[in-house]
Ligand binder design. Structure first.
Ligand code: ADP
Length: 459
């Protein structure tokens, strides 16, 4: 098997050229052959006439001078015989090469010649002498000379075609190698790119064409891979960082408890604080696990008809208590009835709770969070709008990234008490996307933020 593209292309090129050359040679050969035989036949006829004329200009005299006829015929490479009307052979060329026989046919005055030799082409001529007697002249020319010319033609093709193919193979290889060398360069460069130097790119050839497109596509792919790797790296380091703090706190608390003896109440305080750290870690790990399951499509989400208005009302009611503690009013002014989607009620509740909770957490005292649900065409729309601190424009593109927090300093606010690890919105987006929906955000710093969720509606 020819595995390399170079060999296959060259072979294809040589085979095509070979077929063309053979077809071309065959057409020249057969046309040439037809013409050569045609010419030869004309020449046999012409020479037969010449011979007849020569014989009958002065036949009687020639009769005694056969030597002249003999040498004339020999020079031509011809053979001839002359018969009179009775079929008697008056003359025959000396070597008897034609080897023809006269047979008398049943019909009157008809002569048939059966030719025994294949090497001669014959014509039969009729002539009358002065006295009016009829003669038949059989004249033949060696056919071999045509055959020899055709053989020479075949020999030429037999040498010319393989020689051309050999040259074509060589030139083709050089040409194909030249044409494919950018692919080779590309391959070598792509080969040298490892995980450690994913920021490298393959050079883009200047000339337009497939190879340039391939290089651009490769670079795009490398860009996507680099971003994916960066995200994984950032995710791992963020996850470790988030877990490091509660673990360090836990360790300090345990060490404190071990260092000195204390009363039961002190131990209870320490253990309560340790339990809090453990629950923070459990919360993070559970969220990470959920994200991983959503990523790998392992999370099993139910597909039940869910009334979004009901879910939103319940979430708003649940969030009212938290809102009260922060001085933020949670309202649900527009909940259109009967807006249903096919999905997992628990997951959709979580989506709404996350959004409302953020609205409360990042809201301002005296402000409000509103949730609305309505149907628009084939979509169910949910909006959660707050009058809180807002999000700086430069943070909006990263808002749904894992562990992203707008301002780490800012989350030292009371919001931290509820536990903000920057995972809430990425889980929210994954859940919305798992339902075939989208989530976007519009925000103005100091004015408020609105999250827009669109889901495929039922019915
Ligand atoms: P967290 O658990 O820290 O709230 P999220 O993923 O829910 O994490 O949100 C990411 C960041 O986006 C938050 O840290 C916060 O800075 C910002 N954010 C989210 N919702 C709002 C909102 N309604 N108003 C202002 N900022 C918000």
């Amino acid at each position: 098997m020819l595995r390399s593209l170079k060999s296959r292309l060259t072979l294809l090129y040589v085979v095509i050229l070979g077929v063309i050359l053979v077809a071309f040679a065959a057409s020249i050969y057969f046309t040439g052959r037809r013409e050569l035989y045609g010419d030869f036949e004309d020449s046999v006829r012409r020479q037969a006439h010449a011979f007849t004329r020569m014989c009958f200009e002065d036949f009687d005299r020639l009769r005694g001078d056969e030597g002249k006829l003999n040498s004339y015929l020999k020079e031509l490479g011809a053979a001839a015989a002359v018969f009179d009307a009775s079929g008697a052979r008056l003359y025959e060329s000396p070597d008897g090469a034609p080897g023809f026989e006269k047979t008398r046919a049943a019909g009157e005055g008809a002569f048939h010649f059966r030719v025994r030799s294949r090497d001669y082409r014959f014509v039969v001529d009729t002539a009358r002498d002065r006295s009016g007697s009829e003669y038949r002249i059989v004249f033949g020319l060696e056919e071999e000379r045509v055959g020899r010319r055709l053989e020479r033609m075949l020999l030429f093709f037999a040498v010319f075609i393989p020689a051309m193919l050999l040259i074509a193979w060589y030139v083709g290889r050089v040409f194909v190698r030249g044409a494919l060398s950018p692919v080779d360069t590309l391959r070598k460069q792509a080969e040298s790119i490892q995980r450690s130097n994913l920021s490298q790119r393959v050079p883009i050839p200047k000339t337009r064409g497939e190879i340039r497109d391939l290089a651009i596509t490769l670079n795009d792919m490398l860009g996507r891979l680099e971003r994916a790797f960066d995200q994984v790296n950032a995710f791992t380091s963020n996850a470790s960082h988030e877990l490091k703090t509660p673990l360090a706190n836990l360790r300090t608390e345990i060490e404190l408890a071990l260092e000195r003896e204390a009363d039961v109440a002190a131990y209870q305080r320490l253990l309560a604080s340790a339990a809090e750290e453990v629950s923070r870690m459990t919360h993070i790990v559970e969220n990470l696990l959920l994200l991983a399951q959503l990523d790998s499509k392992q999370a099993v989400l139910r597909r039940d008809p869910v009334d979004l208005g009901d879910v939103a009302r319940q979430a708003a009611t649940d969030m009212e208590i938290l809102g009260e503690t922060r001085g933020v009013k949670v309202r649900a002014p527009l909940l259109a009835p009967g807006v249903s989607v096919s999905g997992d009620e628990v997951a959709l509740r979580r989506v709404l709770m996350n959004l409302l909770e953020n609205g409360v957490k990042y809201g301002r005292e005296g402000g409000e969070v509103k949730v609305s649900v309505w149907k628009e065409g084939a979509s169910a729309r949910v909006e959660v709008a707050d009058t809180g601190v807002g999000i700086p424009a430069e943070s909006v593109p990263h808002l749904f990234d894992r562990f992203y927090r707008v301002d780490r300093g800012r989350s030292r606010s009371p919001a931290d008490a509820i536990g903000g690890h920057g995972l809430g919105l990425s889980i929210t987006r994954s859940l919305v996307e798992a339902h075939g929906g989208t989530i976007t955000v519009t925000s103005r710093e100091g004015v408020g933020t609105t999250f827009h969720v669109t889901l495929p509606a039922m019915g």
